[in-house]
Design a protein around this ligand. Structure first.
Ligand SMILES: [Zn+2]
Length: 426
């Protein structure tokens, strides 16, 4: 294994000490992320399993001497909480709201893996829990896209991390004297920014590409990308051209530095065009039906793409059935909105509900009872109050009341809710 590979591996390893604390700590992490959705409570330890809050009672009380044999079924008779005094006091000490304990589901206890909404264990989420996390680097999501070839992305990743042996870095790290000047222009000191953006050779390349697209280039990739307007195809091509340019400028610098080959503009120009054309096969965005797009694509000899066609769709608002209450929802917390709405509507003794949402995934999840694990208990309890609950998918344009309310809701502070009885003033 090379030194650099060892270095990378150290980033994903967890600390494992000779007493095996590492494996034990991983086990503890796994244990702390498993919760029991109560059924009959027979397989769940009252004190040591997580079933009520997100922590076990033993951990809240910091007491490992509690009886391990007590099951949740010992404090429950046919789904109703009947708690003997000895256990009741400890549960109160642990801060559990006794009037608000979870309502058991039918059947056996169900173990869920909390980091996943589905409750199913996945290696990916487990790795994400134990790995050491580093801050996201700006622009990383731009270059590691499927439209960008991994080799090109890897080159640009190095530039982004500043992992290039330019003279200023070598001098700083090894305290040695090197030729100070950039080997391409022989005027300024060599830094990465200089080679890829400010050097006269880089400036010529930048002006050329900027001229073709009619966009001002910026040394910051994100600012550059945001400056691009137009069709998805042209924006992706602009990003690709920028990445290819950087990668090829670095190659020119290396040829000069290590092989003493003088940079030749004509060769560079043809090579960049060819590489952009080759890599463009990965681009799949739509183009606009405009002269500008055609000119740019023809310039790089990129195959023309399909144009996005808009097909108008008719949508209607339909009233609910006579004996139903209609709940319209929209926004970020649709599932939560539906649950609160259904809970609220029980006050009027309504037994049938129709739920209308513009999110197809929410409608499908509700229809199939395929809910996130944390909503399953409360959902089943609330739906039990209704004779029938119907789900309808609609377009936002026909769900205008909810759309309007959701937009106002976005402006509220965290944790604040407003309700209106009757028609609001707006
Ligand atoms: Zn230079």
């Amino acid at each position: 294994m090379t030194a650099s590979a060892q270095f990378q591996w150290s980033k994903v390893q967890i600390q494992v000490d000779p007493q095996g604390q590492g494996v034990r700590s991983v086990y503890q992490i796994v244990e702390k992320n498993i919760k029991v959705l109560l059924g009959d409570g027979r397989n769940t330890s009252l004190y040591y399993d997580i079933w009520c809050t997100d922590v076990s009672i033993a951990e809240i009380l910091n007491d490992q001497t509690l009886d391990t044999a007590v099951r949740v079924s010992d404090v429950m008779i046919e789904g109703i909480w009947v708690i003997p005094d000895a256990h009741l006091q400890r549960m109160i000490d642990a801060g559990l709201e006794i009037d608000n304990l979870p309502r058991p589901l039918r059947g056996e206890d169900l173990w869920v893996w909390m980091p996943e909404f589905s409750g199913e264990f996945s290696v990916r989420s487990a790795v994400s829990l134990i790995r050491k996390k580093y801050p996201n680097m700006d622009g990383a999501s731009l270059i590691w896209r499927k439209e960008i070839h991994p080799v090109l992305a890897a080159h640009n990743w190095k530039f982004m991390c500043g992992a290039c042996a330019t003279s200023d870095l070598i001098k700083g790290r090894f305290k040695i004297q090197l030729a100070k000047k950039c080997c391409l222009c022989d005027t300024d000191e060599e830094t990465l920014d200089h080679v890829l953006f400010n050097c006269s050779f880089a400036a010529r390349a930048r002006n050329w590409i900027s001229g073709v697209f009619g966009i001002n280039a910026n040394s910051n990739l994100i600012i550059s990308y945001k400056a691009a307007k137009g069709s998805p195809m042209v924006r992706d091509l602009w990003l690709l051209a920028k990445l290819v340019l950087k990668s090829e400028l670095w190659a020119v610098r290396n040829k000069r530095f290590f092989e003493q080959k003088k940079p030749n503009w004509s060769i560079f120009y043809k090579r960049v065009l060819k590489i952009i054309q080759d890599y463009s096969v990965r681009l799949h965005g739509h183009m606009n039906n405009s002269d500008e797009d055609v000119v740019i694509l023809d310039y790089f000899r990129v195959r023309h793409r399909s144009i996005k066609q808009l097909h108008p769709i008719e949508c209607f608002w339909q009233p609910p059935n006579e004996d139903e209450i209609l709940l319209c929802c929209d926004g970020a917390q649709e599932l939560y909105g539906v649950i609160i709405g259904l809970e609220w509507a029980t006050r009027w003794g309504i037994r049938k509900a129709c739920i209308r949402s513009d999110s197809y995934s929410v409608v499908e999840a509700l229809r199939n009872s395929n809910l996130p694990w944390f909503a399953r208990q409360i959902w089943l309890a609330i739906v039990g109050n209704y004779e029938a609950v119907r789900f309808v998918h609609t377009y936002r344009e026909a769900n205008f009341v909810a759309d309007n309310m959701a937009k106002k809701g976005c402006l509220l502070d965290n944790g604040v809710g407003i309700h209106y009885e009757g028609r609001p003033i707006f």
